[in-house]
Ligand binder design. Structure first.
Ligand code: BES
Ligand code: MN
Ligand code: MN
Length: 460
């Protein structure tokens, strides 16, 4: 019945997603505020059409949250579906092969039946919209087996600050048994997996100041510290020869995995040659003694995300700049605490500035790491649902990205999450040419109702 419904509504399911993808709901850029609101209204309309009750675009101090629910019987379990309609900025536009907000289908090696190219196609509009369509299908076919609540936010890509407040203020309304989220990746289209953890995040911006004004690099160069040179050295010195992070105390709270946990983690198939080929790199990098899965799943990192200063226009301008800047992210693992790591960074950065240089560290948003259980009814339901539609048991993995609100669901609502994602790491999320496999989209719509079915059955 599920397959039939999808078959009959295939084109409409795709066209609706395309309409949503055409709205440039970029949360990081205030110029797109009208589009952010438009996307929220679009979701509200579709949620109502699908059959949800009490659908509301909830205003916050930032971007709105779309809430809706279908309570069929108070004695049945309740699933809270979370997703986000905001997207990352699409720049640099010139690197896209088709415009980011004009969804286009193209075949790729990994998606031979076609992928939808558009900003947000995978992260997270495409994955979030699968839940609305799966819900519609369960409503239309009278097969919704438990209660459902939707909470779709518009600030995930900028730290979910207002969603945190919304959760604290709406504890009663958000009561549920589990949170279901599709905003992560699988290992491959023929190797389903479920993330059982996410890394936390500490994000800072640094400003390094030398002289009070830009100087002639010949007249003053050699006698005055150059903030760009200094910043480059300071960043470089934050990794030692083993690519271990040198900030004092950085690893103090890191939980080291047991030998058994490490070997379990590395059981998942990994083709290092394909990985290198895909990225056109001749070798991987990282902390000595750890595999790629360990490096991205259970080890913390420090990466410069952006760096600027001085003259970057055409030709040469001989100038010793007054200032240099960088944005730096640190991915955190259990039990590191975002604010503590930010403080450690700040102290270290301030202490390591040479004489003649002033530094300022500005903290941005952060988030805590999470680990989700694999022995819960919810995890087992998701695993069985994926096994039903993929014909293979999903492998538990640890995701390298962050969804800061997941830790907050646990802390404020007492709810564990299941991260049943259908994207692939190679779908270019946050990059030019982001895409989402059409098959992945339909597979998600097909799998979600099984999650509800098994979750209702196992909850009995
Ligand atoms: N959906 C991603 C996170 C993700 C992607 C987790 C793939 C696991 C696998 C999410 O939208 C995201 O990009 N989060 C940000 C954090 C946020 C605070 C900006 C991230 O990880 O950079
Ligand atoms: Mn996302
Ligand atoms: Mn994202």
């Amino acid at each position: 019945m599920i397959k039939e419904y999808i078959e009959q509504n295939k084109d409409r399911f795709l066209n609706e997603l395309f309409d949503l993808l055409r709205i440039p709901s970029i949360s990081a850029d205030k110029d797109f505020l009208a589009d952010v609101n438009k996307a929220a209204e679009f979701i509200k309309t579709k949620m109502i059409e699908a059959g949800a009750d009490h659908v509301e675009v909830c205003a916050t101090a930032g971007n709105p949250i779309v809430y809706g629910e279908k309570i069929i019987n108070k004695s049945l379990p309740t699933v809270l579906v979370y997703g986000h309609y905001d997207v990352q900025p699409a720049v640099p536009l010139e690197l896209w092969d088709s415009p980011p907000f004009e969804p286009t289908i193209r075949k790729t090696k990994i998606h031979p039946n076609g992928a939808i190219f558009a900003r947000g196609s995978c992260d997270d509009k495409g994955q979030m919209y699968m839940h609305l369509k799966a819900f519609e299908m369960m409503m239309k076919t009278n097969t919704l087996p438990c209660n459902i609540k939707f909470m779709i936010e518009g600030e995930e890509e900028v730290g979910s600050t207002n969603l945190g407040i919304f959760c604290i203020n709406n504890k009663e309304r958000l009561k549920a048994d589990v949170v279901l989220i599709s905003d992560t990746s699988m290992i491959a289209n023929d190797t389903p997996s479920i993330d059982t953890g996410l890394r936390g995040l500490s994000y800072v911006e640094v400003e390094v100041t030398g002289p009070n004004r830009d100087l002639h690099s010949g007249v003053y160069g050699g006698a005055v510290a150059n903030p760009i040179n200094v910043l480059a050295k300071m960043i470089a010195s934050m990794h030692d020869e083993n690519n271990h992070i040198t900030i004092p105390g950085f690893y103090d709270k890191v939980i080291e995995l047991s030998a058994q946990e490490r070997s379990d983690l590395n059981l998942a198939p990994f083709d290092i040659e394909a990985y290198k080929k895909d990225l056109e790199i001749s070798d991987v990098w990282g902390e000595k003694g750890f595999t790629v899965y360990e490096k991205t799943g259970v080890r913390p990192t420090l990466d410069c995300n952006g760096i600027w200063g001085g003259y970057i226009g055409e030709g040469a301008k001989t100038v010793l700049p007054s200032k240099a800047f960088a944005k730096i992210s640190m991915r955190l693992v259990p039990n590191q605490v975002s604010d503590e790591i930010t403080d450690l960074f700040k102290k270290h950065f301030e202490n390591s500035a040479p004489a003649g240089i002033k530094v300022v560290v500005k903290p941005h948003h952060g988030g805590e790491p999470v680990v989700t259980p694999t022995d819960s009814i919810a995890y087992k339901s998701a695993a069985k649902a994926m096994e039903t539609t993929f014909g293979k048991k999903p492998i538990p993995t640890r995701g390298g990205g962050s969804i800061p609100i997941v830790a907050l669901f646990e802390k404020e609502l007492g709810l564990k999450s299941v991260l049943m994602g259908f994207g692939l790491d190679s779908d270019a999320l946050h990059s030019p040419n982001e895409h989402y496999g059409i098959e992945n989209y339909y597979k998600g719509i097909e799998t979600i109702p099984y999650f509800f079915k098994y979750f209702a059955e196992m909850s009995k």
